[in-house]
Ligand binder design. Structure first.
Ligand code: C2E
Ligand code: MG
Ligand code: MG
Ligand code: MG
Length: 292
């Protein structure tokens, strides 16, 4: 009996493995086709100044517009794109489309703002990355200072010496550099000090518990103080409530992103947000964002 059961278990196991492998292969070929057909779309999320609720920039966030399944979030396909190397052409497509959009916004006389783009570890490992980025900026007639690239702590640490060379090449080019999801990696203060970066983005997992969770509040306040000691700017991700906003602002955080101001939206919606009447600090009770 146990032998038969063992056989059954084995068969079941290989069947489910095969199913998983097939599903993965199917997704991979769908992703490849999606790239050829350019089935991706960019959404943008405002990055806002705590001081006066002005839009300082936008972060580019890619979505997959699948004809059958609709809008697919990046967490469902970026990991596979990374495993298969498809992230290289996809990442290049994102950067180019984002820069094209930025050129159009500038041509239309939109207020000055920065464009943030996420990089993946594989893009970051390309030796000629700075050259590629410089070429795209030239193509769309954009100053390097309007672009900010988002990296994670682990990307830089895994690459170490080479990683710092790439960062320095970017710095020479003049693009801004931000550390995304800060606090989730293991980089030390001493390590950060050696990096030519401009900004830390506090991971939204620490913002979530503010202000009730004393640990989260303490960590966020510590990151802000530490960043300022290193002459880095700080942006808080995932700000959803007035309480989080008030706490972070009080702690000296310069900027934020989050549903409180706006979720990631299509380009036209950014234009509407920029065109909305400027709400000077104080027009709302404590300089908090006005409800939209
Ligand atoms: P990320 O770069 O840390 O982006 C922030 C994520 O937080 C976005 O998820 C955004 O929609 C979400 N978010 C913004 N405000 C709030 C909020 O108030 N509350 C909550 N709970 N979430 C908020 P999204 O768009 O699903 O992107 C997920 C991740 O996918 C990004 O995390 C980034 O790591 C990756 N990603 C997105 N676009 C690209 C890309 O073009 N290239 C690469 N390599 N990765 C990308
Ligand atoms: Mg990001
Ligand atoms: Mg993040
Ligand atoms: Mg993330």
């Amino acid at each position: 009996q146990s032998k038969a059961q063992g056989r059954n278990t084995y068969r079941y196991y290989t069947e489910s493995l095969t199913r998983a492998a097939n599903a993965r292969l199917l997704l991979e070929s769908k992703l490849r086709r999606a790239l050829e057909r350019e089935e991706f779309i960019l959404h943008f999320q405002p990055q806002v100044a705590m001081a006066d609720e002005r839009i300082l920039g936008v972060e580019t966030l890619v979505r997959w517009q699948d004809p059958e399944e609709g809008l697919i979030p990046p967490d469902s396909f970026i990991p596979l794109a990374e495993e298969t190397g498809l992230i290289i052409p996809l990442g290049a497509w994102v950067l180019r489309q984002a820069c094209r959009q930025m050129r159009d916004w500038r041509a239309a006389g939109m207020p000055t703002m920065t464009l943030a783009v996420n990089l993946s570890i594989q893009q970051f490992a390309q030796r000629d990355l700075a050259v590629q980025v410089g070429a795209i900026l030239d193509e769309y007639d954009l100053p390097a200072s309007c672009l900010e690239l988002e990296l994670t702590e682990s990307m830089i640490m895994h690459n170490d010496a080479h990683g710092i060379d790439i960062l320095n090449a970017m710095r020479e080019l003049g693009v801004g550099l931000a550390i995304d999801d800060f606090g989730t990696g293991y980089s030390s203060l001493g390590y950060l000090k050696r990096l030519p970066i401009d900004r830390l983005k506090i991971d939204k997992s620490f913002v979530q518990g503010i202000p009730e969770d004393r640990n989260d509040a303490e960590i966020a306040a510590t990151i802000i103080a530490m960043a300022h000691n290193l002459k880095l700017q700080v942006l808080a991700e995932g700000v959803e409530t007035q309480e989080q906003h008030a706490f972070l602002r009080e702690a000296g955080c310069e900027a934020y992103q989050g549903y409180l101001f706006s979720p990631p939206v299509p380009a036209e919606k950014i234009e509407a947000l920029l065109a909305a009447p400027f709400r000077p600090n104080g027009s709302t009770a404590e300089g908090l964002p006005a409800p939209r």
